[in-house]
Design a protein around this ligand. Structure first.
Ligand code: FES
Length: 169
């Protein structure tokens, strides 16, 4: 009789234990899934950090574009000619940038009002005009006065915060 009881208990445990083990395994699997989600979050966070790095002013190009706003890191080497020449043709975003003083910058389209040439510019600091060598026309940098070809060199809105110049195009 005692032996029968022992056998019944063993049978019971053998039948129940796998179920219990599965239950525990199930919990473990669920926890694993949860960890997977956490890993995904960490992955996103890392991605965000990566984006943060891109937004960082020390990123490769020295500027970022969000919608119609271009944020330029004036300390970046890609914009060093602004310091040495007080102007540059920022061809990647089709704009001319002019430094008026340490706290004032202007930005213009680099499409010449005459026939749209973008890469023939120079700046004459003696009369504050941009000169397009394609056909010899020049344009005042005051955002208002027409140039020799009749059109005004279109200005964009700018704002300066520290060393970040924001241009709304
Ligand atoms: S396109 Fe610039 S002067 Fe003609």
């Amino acid at each position: 009789m005692k032996k029968d009881l022992k056998n019944k208990r063993r049978d019971f445990l053998m039948n129940v234990c796998p179920t219990v083990a599965m239950a525990f395994l199930g919990v473990t699997v669920l926890e694993s899934c949860s960890s997977g989600d956490d890993d995904t979050d960490i992955g996103n966070a890392t991605g965000n950090n990566g984006n943060g790095g891109n937004n960082n002013s020390n990123s490769g190009s020295g500027y970022t574009k969000s919608g119609n706003v271009i944020s330029i890191n004036l300390d970046h080497s890609n914009f060093s000619s602004l310091k040495s020449n007080n102007w540059m043709n920022f061809t990647a975003q089709n704009m001319l940038i002019l430094k008026i003083d340490s706290s004032t910058y202007r930005a213009f389209t680099n499409a010449c009002p005459h026939q749209g040439n973008r890469n023939n510019w120079s700046f004459n600091s003696s009369n504050n005009r941009f000169q397009c060598s394609a056909h010899g026309n020049s344009y005042p940098s005051d955002c208002n006065t027409a140039g020799t070809a009749g059109g005004v060199l279109k200005c964009y809105t700018t704002s300066l915060s520290g060393t970040t110049l924001k241009v709304t195009v």
